[in-house]
Each structure stands twice: as C-alpha cells, then as structure tokens.
Write a protein that binds this ligand. Sequence first.
Ligand code: HEC
Ligand code: HEC
Length: 275
Amino acid sequence: MRSFQYLCATAAPVMMLGMTLLSGCDSAPGQPRKGSESLAPNEVMEFSTLYADNCAGCHGAEGRGGAAIALADPVYQGIADETTMRKLIANGVSGTSMPAFAQSAAGALTDKQVDVITTGIRSRWCRPEILDGANPPSYAAKSAGDAQRGEAAYRTFCESCHGPGGQGGSKGSAITNDSFLALVSDQGLRTIVIAGRPELGAPDWRGNVPGKPMSEQEVTDVVTWLASRRVPNPGQPYFVTNSVAAVYDRRFYSNEQGKTGGHRPPLQKESDHVE
Ligand code: HEC
Ligand code: HEC
C-alpha cells in the first residue's frame, strides 16, 4: 500500500551518515579509546541505550509492550506517522503517564536524542508489508463520534470480552472503570481499538468479530462512547463536590444533625466559617 510506504519513510539514512562522520576521529592520538570513557547523559546517541533507559520500563523491552502499548506492533506503526510520533515523544501526553522527553518540554533528552529514538523506532519496527492489502481506520478520527451509536458498536464488537457496559468480562478487563478512563487519552483509546494489544491477546480492528472489521465510523463512535463514561472525580468511592467548604459542611454539619461519628470542630467565630 502506497500510503504505508510513505508513512514509514524515515530520515534514518541521513542520520546514519551524520553519525558516521561524527565518529571519524575515534583513533586520534591521545584520545581515550572507544568505550573507555562514559558518556554524559545528553551525549548518548545509541538507539538501544536510549530506548532501554527511557521507554522500555513502560513500552517493554524491544518495544514488545508492557503497561503501555507495544511500539514494535507493526499495526501501530502502520497507522502512526513519524511526525506525530515525534511530537508525542517530545511533549508527552498530558493527563497520562506518558512523559514529555524533550528538554523544551522540561524533559531530559536533547532534540537530537528524540530524533534518534523516533527514527530508530521507525526504521526497526515499521514494516508496511505486514498491512499490505488491509485498510485500517485512520490514526486520528476523521469525523465527530456519536456515543449512542458507539454503545451499539460496543455491544457488537467488545462486549463478548469486556462484559456488559465495559465493566469487565472473562476475557477482558473493565474499560469503563473511572480510574482507567482518567489515565488514558481519547487517542490512546483509539490506538488500542485499532491496533489492539496483540501481546496481551487483544484483537486489532479486524479481529473482534471474525470476518467483520470495524469501520472508521464504528471506531470513532466506540471511542466517543468510552470517553462519555468519564466522570468528573475519578477514583472516588463517595460523592465529591468541587467546593472544599461544601465537603466540610457535609461532613461536620450532618453529624450535628444526629448522624454517627465525629463532631463539629470548634469555630472561633461564626465569621471563620467561609462559604
Ligand atoms: C511511565 C510510562 C511511560 C514511559 C516511560 C514512556 N511511555 Fe510512551 N506512553 C505511555 C502511556 C501510558 C501512553 C498512552 C497515553 C495515552 O493515553 O494516550 C504512551 C503513549 C506513547 C505513544 C503514543 C501512542 C499512540 O497512541 O499513538 C508513543 C509514540 C510513545 N508513548 C512512545 C514512547 C517512547 C519513545 C518512550 C521513551 C522515550 C516512552 N513512550 C516512554 C507510557 C510511557
Ligand atoms: C477477543 C476479546 C476482546 C475483544 C473482542 C475486545 N478486547 Fe479489548 N482487550 C482484550 C484483552 C485480552 C485486553 C488486554 C488485557 C485486558 O486489559 O483485559 C484488552 C485490552 C483493551 C484495552 C486496554 C485496557 C488496559 O487496561 O490497558 C482497551 C481500551 C480495550 N481493550 C478496548 C476494547 C474495545 C473498545 C473493544 C471493542 C471495539 C475491545 N477492546 C474488544 C480483549 C478483547
């Protein structure tokens, strides 16, 4: 497929040429031998070291997946493009555990190191031939989603594993759990719906119902439905409002009205109680 070949094209040859030129002075007299010195963190330019030190903890050794997706999954590489990936690596994904790595975004890596990682991932793991003939939904949503249609799509494509309402089933975990949804972006959900988590047995967009790949719109709708299940105060087993004063009121004043436990802390003056 032409579009994948384009998506997988990298700047790797240019980078490699640059690195060959840079390493030309190794044997100059008086220079420490290669390997006898240790590099400052911002001088490390080797992909495997950079990947192992910065990414493997979450994305797994060799990109095989861990807490976060397998970056070596050719389906993922087939839908993502290099420019988008580079931006994600540089700036992270806010609200999730994906950190920003570029120094310009308060990360630890130089722009060159971010380039080495990005082009290294592409040159090693992007294998367009694997998707030859398949026509996956696009990486980013092309249209607005509809939560109601998404719920129906959920029943068709996901419920058999993730259970009624996404609350977990025998073959898949709870994916409408408020804490889970609070820590994943909409794109993160979309990526998983399209590429699956093959290393964990989660099918890609083709494999949920045999012989019935999901359409672009069905993917968009199901993500919209999942996103609509987010709650304002995730991870709370009890009701919370935004107002500290209101919480304070409920806790102490209701106790005064004869409920169990606790007592109202002493207020110096009535004016100390800020609404
Ligand atoms: C602390 C865990 C953690 C580390 C370390 C980490 N990531 Fe991630 N990464 C994540 C999570 C979680 C997501 C999904 C975020 C979301 O919900 O969109 C993610 C998403 C991504 C994505 C985007 C996936 C998509 O949907 O398109 C890329 C690319 C990526 N990471 C690359 C890297 C690279 C390269 C490194 C190392 C330089 C790295 N990550 C380090 C946790 C991590
Ligand atoms: C054949 C069973 C199966 C089907 C069908 C399926 N999944 Fe999954 N899914 C899994 C497994 C297995 C995992 C990985 C382990 C886990 O989280 O349960 C997973 C993981 C996920 C995750 C990541 C959960 C996490 O904890 O990181 C999301 C999100 C998800 N699936 C969404 C969906 C959606 C949406 C659909 C329907 C479009 C779907 N899945 C269809 C089996 C399935």
